[in-house]
Design a protein around this ligand. Structure first.
Ligand SMILES: *Cc1c(COP(=O)(O)O)cnc(C)c1O
Length: 429
């Protein structure tokens, strides 16, 4: 049974103040999870997770994570600003970008973020534009040495990172140019639930660190294992065991880095999804029911609020508050209101019988079942868009004391039309 922190009565009350749809995040559960991650990694010196801002780009959340010692991983100018807004600056911020414009490197350098280069050609590009900082990281793409997975694709076909040869040449070049401090990064999978896969990635990086040292004399200050740790979206999947993961990484650390004299070595991660994903929900209400060749339930949210199902066919578990134990007698496609047939949150899903707001209206009543989409605390609201003129919903934070704080309001049509005003002057009149 997938967890949701509020019951139907609490939702009815909450939705009077904040009409559905909205995202809600569980502060207490996020903090508990962060502490478990830190405890598992406490066997390494200087551990830090740079939370991937793109997963949940809300400064309230970033600040909450910063209070627990997490930094930020930014990939754009706006994400750097968000990080700064939450008080995460200097080397607590990582800048992992690709195909990067000068303006973004300038902002990252000004903030003192750790710049993670994505390509060999960017060494001289950065030198010529903003100048080289004292600390530089580079992103490794292992190509055929490593299998990827469905979301990120095979490393060989992925646009990111340096080849092994370029990386070694790159470290030698940076050293010659006077860079003093170095770090290595990779990110080869997304939403990967296999502990063995992540341990193998760490070992690959440790072996590469030794090769870099032997060939160039560069001693890395820390190794960034990237993000990509999966979460159990389906009820029969199991969460990653943090301790099993760090035990395996520690074993590789002792077998590879220690004999080479490269310890203590800082270990960093860029986890996003696994940090907040399971602790966020999209709360919607069923609006319409339609029975044609298939039976449809239409929600007041659409793919503009959550595009993972439409984009990747991603599974998000659905529960109906008050009907947690009801038999799953119906087969529905659960859809939104976009003029796009991939606007489906679930396809042929077994669910309890759902009552819609339209059915209540026909009885001169207000109501209709709430429909909860689970595991949307990362890469959820963040991926939203405005197709069909749809306005993205807001975000709430369920505080540890049980109160609810609005941390982003829903969009309005004024927001949607704001880009038609230029410096206060209407482009169209
Ligand atoms: C997306 C991304 C992350 C975060 O990935 P998760 O799957 O959310 O852990 C970290 N680093 C980089 C470079 C990314 O692109």
């Amino acid at each position: 049974m997938k967890y949701f922190p509020l019951d139907k009565a609490a939702l009815e009350e909450l939705s009077r103040q904040y009409p559905t749809p909205f995202y809600i995040y569980d502060e207490k559960a996020i903090i508990e999870n962060v502490r478990n991650i830190k405890a598992a990694f406490s066997c390494f010196p200087f551990y830090k997770n740079y939370f991937a801002v793109k997963a949940l780009p809300n400064p309230f959340i970033l600040k909450l994570l910063a209070k627990e010692g997490f930094g930020s991983d930014c990939s754009s100018y706006a994400e750097l600003l968000l990080s700064e807004m939450a008080g995460i600056t200097g080397e607590d911020a990582m800048f992992t970008s690709n195909e990067t414009p000068v303006k973004e490197y300038e902002a990252a350098k000004k903030m003192g973020a750790v710049i993670n280069l994505d390509d060999f050609s960017h060494i001289e590009y950065l030198e010529k534009t903003t100048g080289l900082p004292e600390l530089i990281s580079m992103r490794y793409n292992p190509g055929p040495l490593k299998e990827g997975n469905a979301i990120i694709g095979k490393p060989e076909e992925a646009k990111y990172g340096f080849t092994r040869e370029m990386l070694i040449k790159g470290f030698a070049m940076l050293k010659e140019k006077g860079v003093k401090r170095f770090s290595l990064h990779t990110m080869v999978a997304s939403n990967e639930l296999s502990v063995a896969y992540h341990i193998e990635t760490a070992r690959l990086l440790f072996e590469l660190a030794v090769e870099i040292f032997n060939k160039t004399g560069v001693r890395l200050e820390f190794i960034n294992l990237g993000g990509g740790v999966g979460i159990p979206y389906k009820p029969d999947q199991e969460a990653i065991n943090y301790k099993a993961l760090t035990d395996g990484i520690l074993k590789a650390y002792k077998e590879v880095l220690e004999p080479a004299g490269l310890t203590p070595m800082g270990i960093r991660t860029e986890w996003g999804r696994v940090v907040t994903g399971p602790y966020g929900w999209l709360v919607t209400r069923a609006v319409h029911k339609k029975e044609i060749y298939r039976n449809y339930i239409a929600l007041d949210a659409c793919a503009a609020d959550l595009m993972r199902p439409g984009l990747y066919g991603a599974y998000h578990h659905i529960t109906i508050p008050g009907k947690e134990n009801a038999p799953l007698t119906e087969t529905y496609d659960v859809v939104g209101s976009l003029c796009e047939n991939n606007d489906k949150f679930a396809i042929q899903r077994q669910l309890p019988k759902i009552e819609t707001a339209a059915e209540y209206i026909m009885r001169n009543k207000s109501g209709g079942d709430f429909v909860i989409l689970h595991d949307v605390g990362a890469h959820g609201r963040a991926m939203g868009y405005n197709y069909n003129g749809k306005l993205r919903c807001g975000e709430l934070l369920l505080r540890a004391d049980g109160s609810v704080l609005q941390i982003r309001r829903a969009e309005t049509v004024e927001d949607y039309f704001a880009t038609l005003d230029i410096n206060g002057v209407k482009v169209f009149n």
